[in-house]
Design a protein around this ligand. Structure first.
Ligand code: NAD
Length: 481
């Protein structure tokens, strides 16, 4: 068989150990891979490359278009940007597919019949990572949800369901609060769902949906979500299935795909031969299917199921009375290798279709509508106002309105404080002042307004223009407005 070029990164923390185990199993199973090894993550950051990846590594990824990646460490709080997110987005990998399956009675779980696939949007949402400090007291993170981004992921979820003979696609979102961003995601879901009459559809607000998923995951099949909810809930799903160390993930784009475990680099477990390599191995199995080596995927997956069934378990899934042997990463890999060619007796063996995998659906637009009519109506000026007195701010700002623009309201963190604010409302040091013109306005008039505000000694810390799109208001009201 011709070898498929694949780029491999051994990662940080437990990464090198679980990648070593995974590659050992793939090699023993006869996977036809031509491996190019690259270095990414901590070592590269520490050499002073703030991107965490060298140009030669990008070249390898663009050449092979298939990436098997062990987890890497991303600093929390400050420090370097997440290379995982950068890689997924730079390579256009819009769909993150995370199957979470329970293996009752061999791995302890409260959910013996769980088989949920989480399809996580991978390029947008708060993961755009566009953040600002807008005042001494306040940080801001911009949540971006686009129509093409939503269309691509929702269509992918329905196509995935159809290809894998799944019966239902559920959407999780929070459009009772985020009416425009999550509202768009939900709207696009409804538009696309009608094109798949053979598949059931349902929608849950993410909080109660998550509670239901954690309680009765067997009620779900495929769940599609914006990026952040998908990140959080796929960890929850994997953990309640048995262990976060069990689930693999495929990041799929039109040109390039990346396969990994859903968990991170677990630095506390590193270098001790403790980690469960199963999540990365599941990612590698998804890769083998993607590169059209289904027989090898099947051999590896069935040998793994047999190992689990024989009770040979790493610490995270070891249960007294159920497991027969507690093993380390290396011993677990050897146990899987020893079972290549075997199938499980009680767990259902897997069978992968021998035809090439269908390509992800082309991201066809649902609405062929053009850009429509955009009309400028006004501006929100966020102003630093440490005295926190909204009435005084209104007096100062109101005087500066002209050219048909009127100060319509002032809010603090989204709740209206002028006119008719309440003394009980807690205010921070920055306020949003909304100037609107009924007839519409021009950018020059908004710039002139900003100039007057600045000349009056007020500090504008952030701005957002206010527009209508085909007559529809492109901004929300403040709470209490
Ligand atoms: P984590 O997933 O690395 O580990 C959390 C805990 O889960 C571990 O302490 C361990 O008890 C358990 N665990 C995880 N994987 C396991 C395995 N294979 N076998 C056995 N037990 C396992 O989460 P974290 O501690 O929040 O993150 C550590 C680092 O990983 C951070 O820097 C984070 O940014 C990074 N991270 C990377 C990726 C990725 O590379 N795709 C994903 C998530 C987190």
């Amino acid at each position: 068989m011709t070898k498929t070029p694949v780029t491999v990164a051994h990662g940080d923390g437990i990464g090198p150990e679980i990648m070593g185990a995974t590659l050992q199993i793939l090699e023993a199973a006869g996977a036809a891979l031509d491996i190019e090894t690259i270095e990414i993550g901590e070592k590269v950051y520490l050499r002073g490359n703030t991107a965490g990846i060298d140009p030669s590594s990008w070249e390898s990824l663009l050449r092979t278009k298939v990436f098997l990646k062990a987890p890497i460490t991303t600093p929390q709080g400050g420090g370097f940007k997440s290379l995982n997110v950068t890689t997924r987005k730079t390579l256009g990998q819009y769909a993150n597919v995370r199957p979470c399956v329970s293996y009752h009675p061999f791995i302890d779980t409260k959910h013996p019949n769980m088989d949920v696939v989480i399809v996580r949007e991978n390029e947008e949402d708060l993961y755009a990572g566009i953040e600002y400090q807008i005042s001494p007291e306040t940080m801001s993170c911009i949540k971006l949800i686009s129509r093409p981004g939503s269309e691509k992921i929702v269509r992918y979820a329905f196509e995935y369901a159809r290809r894998h003979n799944r019966k239902k696609v559920t959407v999780f979102m929070k459009d009772n609060i985020m009416k425009m961003t999550d509202g768009l995601f939900h709207k696009v879901f409804d538009e696309i769902a009608v094109q798949y009459p053979d598949i059931q559809k349902e929608a849950w607000i993410v909080d109660i949906g998550a509670a239901k998923m954690a309680d009765t995951p067997e009620a779900f099949d495929v769940i599609v979500m914006p990026n952040l909810y998908g990140d959080i809930l796929s960890d929850v799903a994997a953990q309640i299935a048995g262990s976060v160390g069990l689930a693999g993930s495929a990041n799929i784009g039109d040109k390039c795909a990346m396969f990994e475990a859903i968990h991170g680099s677990a630095p506390r477990r590193a270098g001790q031969n403790l980690a469960n390599p199963s999540g990365l191995l599941m990612g590698a199995i998804l890769m083998l299917v993607h590169i059209n080596q289904p027989e090898t995927a099947e051999r590896v997956h069935n040998a793994w199921l047999r190992t689990i069934e024989d009770g040979i378990h790493t610490y995270d899934i070891f249960t007294e009375g159920v497991s027969t042997q507690k093993v380390g990463t290396k011993e677990f890999a050897c146990a899987v290798v020893a079972r290549l060619g075997q199938k499980p007796n009680r767990l259902k063996p897997v069978a992968y279709a021998k035809t090439p995998p269908a390509q992800p659906a082309a991201p066809a637009a649902v609405s062929a509508a053009g850009p429509g009519k955009m009309e400028l109506k006004g501006i929100d000026l966020f102003v630093y106002w440490p005295s926190r007195n909204a009435n005084e701010l209104a007096e100062a700002m109101g005087k500066l309105a002209s050219d048909g623009l009127k100060l319509q309201m002032i809010d603090n963190r989204g709740v209206k404080v002028w006119p008719a604010g309440m003394a009980e409302t807690f205010c921070t040091d920055s306020f949003r002042c909304r100037f609107l013109s009924e007839r519409g306005t021009e950018m020059g008039k908004l710039i002139a307004l900003m100039q007057r505000v600045s000349n009056a000694g007020l500090d504008i810390v952030m701005t957002e223009t206010l527009r209508t799109f085909d007559g529809q208001q492109g901004y929300t009201l403040a709470q209490g407005q």
